[in-house]
Ligand binder design. Structure first.
Ligand code: NI
Length: 176
């Protein structure tokens, strides 16, 4: 079921979410199905459970390569539950972000360039990955939602924040 996406200003987006404890609960499978459907409907690159009003540490993300937007290379379709993020070094890079909870806007956000993340898939199997660049950016954006952080709270330069049509025309970075 396509669920309404909460927008910035809704206090539920500022909450710290709870870990999943029961991977066998059918409500988890329903939540994931709803998240997939909602993300696909909005053509998003990612979605976190709090964005549909569920305060659990669950995110999904993934994007196919799109030649119109070479700065957003393919990221594998992933379900990530109870994520743990670690950073192998201090290096940051800037990149444009959008968010389904901040629709129609884009801003430049500094993120760590390299990321190691671990967590559980839909069946409760642990996995981990070392990633960098856009993949690392998407995971940091989604996991921030689990701690009540929206990307504008990470921005340092609001001269690079605005409406997508004015900034990009057709080739806008995806919302997540
Ligand atoms: Ni977002």
């Amino acid at each position: 079921m396509i669920r309404p996406v909460l927008r910035m200003g809704d206090p539920r987006l500022l909450q710290v979410s709870r870990p999943v404890t029961d991977f066998a609960n059918p409500a988890l499978a329903r939540l994931l199905a709803d998240m997939e459907e909602t993300m696909a409907y909005h053509d998003g690159a990612g979605l976190a459970a709090p964005q549909i009003g569920v305060d659990l540490r669950v995110v999904i993300f993934g994007i196919d390569a799109n030649p119109r937007y070479p700065e957003a290379p393919a990221v594998p379709r992933t379900v990530l539950i109870n994520p743990q993020l670690t950073f192998p070094d201090e290096e940051e890079e800037e990149g444009w972000e959008g968010c389904l909870s901040v629709p129609g806007l884009r801003g430049v956000v500094p993120r760590r360039k390299r990321l190691r993340y671990a967590g559980f898939d839909a069946q409760g199997r642990r996995f981990e990955r070392s990633v960098e660049g856009f993949h690392a950016r998407v995971v940091q954006h989604e996991c921030d939602h689990l701690d009540g952080i929206l990307y504008p709270l990470r921005m340092r330069d609001f001269s690079r924040f605005g409406f997508v049509e004015e900034l990009f025309g057709e080739s806008a970075p995806p919302e997540e």
